[in-house]
Design a protein around this ligand. Structure first.
Ligand SMILES: [Fe+2]
Length: 367
């Protein structure tokens, strides 16, 4: 009598009498069986229901057992297959083992032998699945740890950026304010969360390349020479080089670091990107960065008023700045008296979550 939670299996043989013998034996062992009279029929049944065990004859019309085995191994690799062969077909049986069958039984078979082979095959399958599951768990943990290590490194870099900015009265709080303005622009544009995450990460670290710029040039009062201006404008490319190994999982954030001085009209740095060549995340941060730069004191000029800075953004629409990002900025701050922000929120940095490959894989059929 089949058990309600019994292991499901599929018996494939074109001879109904032999099929019945196997089914009776397996049901006696507590299995519940489906039956197929050909390889084609077996594949149709497996398509409807995956089973952990298939016992198949080798010689069958339409589709022989070897073709069926190949199909099962390719499409349902977690299924254990035992082939039934005639004694004279031992070579075919060995070939089947090489193709992925877990075992074979030779006709005429003893029921005890079939029983033992079935149990062994299921044990082997269970062990294989356990090892595979362990490997996937281990792989996921390694990925999570690598992700965390990269995040910790980014947090250290964030602390370094804040430290460098704090030392300098002209740049104090710049990155945090840019991240805050960018987040508000992104939300006003109703951008999806992964895009907002990239913006938060890239905006906080966008100026990290200034580590590689001479302090004398950075703090020079008065007008910069062309050479000095070019030297300062190396900071986006330097920043991208510093962060590239840590931001393999966050290419959009890395693009913000490299391209935050690009302009829609192609007159920006360092690559002279134009229009849509500049990623959306970058276009958002550029508006925030420019507004904060304009409303901050610089060694060579006083801060612009909020009204004047907003006017500059308006006038730069479509030429320097992405029009929807400027409009989103204006919508996010309907009251100009709240600008510039005085207490921007410092948020911990996060890389976009990795999606482990294991999550994409379907679970094996239940036993
Ligand atoms: Fe910059």
């Amino acid at each position: 009598m089949p058990q309600p939670n019994a292991v499901r299996c599929l018996v494939v043989d074109d001879e109904p009498r032999l099929r019945r013998v196997l089914v009776r034996l397996l049901e006696g062992e507590g299995f519940t069986c489906m039956e197929a009279g050909s390889g084609t029929e077996a594949l149709e049944l497996l398509q409807q229901e995956r089973v952990p065990l298939v016992i198949s004859d080798l010689r069958m019309p339409q589709m022989d057992g070897v073709t069926l085995l190949r199909e099962i191994v390719a499409r349902w690799p977690d299924t254990a297959v035992i082939v039934v062969t005639a004694v004279a077909e031992v070579e075919s049986a060995v070939a089947c083992l090489q193709l992925g069958a877990l075992d074979y039984v030779a006709k005429p078979f003893h029921l005890d032998e079939v029983r033992a082979r079935v149990m062994q095959a299921l044990d082997k399958r269970r062990l294989t699945l356990e090892v595979e599951d362990y490997r996937r768990t281990l792989e996921r943990r390694v990925q999570e740890q690598a992700h965390r290590i990269e995040e910790l490194s980014l947090e250290r870099l964030q602390a370094l950026v804040h430290f460098l900015e704090e030392k300098d009265p002209y740049t104090r709080g710049h990155s945090v304010r840019v991240a805050d303005y960018s987040a508000r622009i992104g939300r006003a544009m109703a951008l999806p969360q992964p895009v907002l995450d990239s913006i938060a990460l890239g905006a906080e670290l966008h100026d990290i390349g200034k580590i590689g710029v001479s302090e004398a040039v950075l703090h020079k009062p008065g007008k910069l020479s062309d050479a000095e201006y070019r030297h300062i404008m190396e900071h986006p490319a330097i920043g991208a080089r510093i962060l590239a190994p840590l931001m393999r999982e966050a290419p959009a954030a890395l693009a913000i670091v490299r391209s935050h001085h690009e302009r829609l009209d192609g007159k920006g740095f360092p690559d002279g990107l134009k229009g849509d060549e500049i990623p959306l995340e970058v276009r958002v941060v550029t508006v925030a960065d420019s507004f904060d730069a304009m409303t901050s004191v610089r060694p060579y000029r006083p801060a612009l008023s909020v009204a004047k800075a907003l006017q500059e953004l308006e006038e730069g629409k479509g030429r320097q700045f992405h029009t929807p990002a400027v409009e989103a900025f204006l919508a996010a701050f309907p009251d100009q008296a709240t600008l510039p922000v005085t207490n921007p929120e410092i948020r911990p940095l996060h890389l976009p979550s990795p999606v482990p490959e294991a999550l994409h894989r379907a679970a094996p059929p239940p036993d």
